[in-house]
Ligand binder design. Structure first.
Ligand code: ADP
Length: 379
């Protein structure tokens, strides 16, 4: 496999650039805008929305295999391309149970994996009886197309729930789940090869602010048993989906020490960015290895610990933030990854910084994270 077609041209595709060079692979991307990050590293680009299956056919003609940096695609339309012999990795059937969050929860539950209690809102009468079994706060989620907390609402009482639902023409677009008063959030990146080999990265702690990932601490300070549970979840899931490529798995660690699955991303994931600087094989190289049918690389950490902080937009601006980037880069063992987006908006992922620590020291890592953020965010 020489040419990989990537649906989506954001930072996740952009970060495949270095890995592609290393492996001698060419990337072709499908993305709507000339200013999207991956256009700069792609050998060729199909300029179109990512759910435009006609454009994906063009992408497929230019590529040996198609993969995803964004899963918000039209699977029915893409399945016609499979019939024409084009290869998708992961295959479309591995994405199918995941794109709707309600279907995803059902799939995980049916696999026997631990998930929060949840139900679909099929009709309002049903709702009242189902709510009897749950306490507030609740979480109301858009079943499709939610990301970075958009489409996730924490609802404190029945009045707010009714109000929120009355504002929408189509209530069945939501699912409801129990609010998990988690102790921490964790994530694990796993990859599966064409031959069914699975490798799993160190389990990390993710910290969200306003439901958007702010920082990642690798490895997470959890028990061997919790690591074992997280790894077992990754194995079961990737094997059951017959996945090929990297998948990101978001987890909750409950106050009584249990692991629950929150969400699956059928692609490289923000919680795995630390792997570029901190692991033997980055998640991006691993993904390309898997989709190209190459043997997988080691996911091992090459330092005591790593901390990754997202550089999120905090204003509307077209600045390139040179001075803050230089200050961040001046921190020992820090690497700044700047996605080259031309506009900053509130909450937009503009880049990230990873700092490596020689020793395992969670306290020092937390301290460092706050130091990085005080350079990035205006006080
Ligand atoms: P998205 O797809 O937008 O990332 P998620 O389902 O991952 O949405 O939710 C974003 C964040 O919202 C999570 O990282 C977590 O902090 C919070 N969250 C989501 N679901 C729950 C839940 N059931 N209980 C408590 N917090 C939740």
């Amino acid at each position: 496999m020489k040419r990989v077609g990537v649906i989506g041209g954001g930072q996740l595709a952009w970060m495949m650039g270095d890995a592609a060079k290393k492996l001698g692979v060419e990337l072709v991307v499908q993305t709507p805008s000339k200013s999207d990050p991956a256009v700069a590293i792609a050998q060729d680009t199909v300029f179109a929305s990512i759910d435009d299956a006609k454009a994906t056919e063009l992408l497929a003609q230019k590529s040996d295999v198609i993969t995803f940096e964004n899963e918000f695609v039209n699977l029915d339309a893409l399945s016609l391309l499979t019939n024409k012999g084009f290869i998708f990795r992961p295959k479309l059937a591995a994405l199918a149970p995941l794109l709707d969050k309600y279907h995803q929860r059902c799939y995980l539950r049916d696999l026997g994996l631990p998930v929060p209690q949840f139900f679909a809102i099929d009709d309002t009468e049903n709702l009242a009886s189902k709510l009897e079994h749950l306490d507030f706060p609740l979480v109301l989620k858009s079943r499709r197309h939610g990301y970075d907390g958009q489409g996730t609402f924490i609802i404190q009482d029945l009045t707010s729930l009714q109000q929120k639902l009355s504002q929408t023409a189509n209530q069945s677009q939501f699912l409801i789940e129990e609010f998990v008063p988690f102790e921490r959030e964790l994530a694990v990146i796993a990859a599966r090869s064409v031959n069914g080999e699975v490798v799993i990265y160190p389990v990390v702690e993710t910290q969200q602010e306003q439901q958007v990932c702010r920082r990642v601490i690798a490895p997470a300070d959890i028990t061997p048993n919790q690591i074992g549970q997280s790894r077992a979840i990754a194995h079961t899931l990737l094997n059951s989906l017959e996945a090929v490529g990297v998948f990101g798995i978001e987890l909750f660690l409950t106050v009584d020490g249990k692991i629950l699955v929150n969400e699956i991303a059928p692609r490289t994931h923000n919680s795995g960015h630390f792997s570029i600087d901190a692991c033997e094989t980055s998640q991006f190289e691993q993904h390309l290895r898997a989709v190209c049918g190459l043997p997988l690389g080691y996911p091992t950490l090459n330092c005591g610990m790593a901390i990754m902080v997202n550089l999120l937009g905090y204003e509307n601006s077209d600045s390139d933030y040179q001075s803050q980037r230089q200050q961040l880069a001046a921190i020992p063992q820090a690497t700044v990854h700047w996605y080259g987006k031309t506009e900053s908006r509130l909450g937009r992922k503009l880049g990230h910084v990873t700092v490596l620590l020689d020793e395992y020291n969670p306290e020092a890592a937390n301290h460092l994270a706050h130091a990085l953020e005080s350079i990035w965010y205006p006080s």
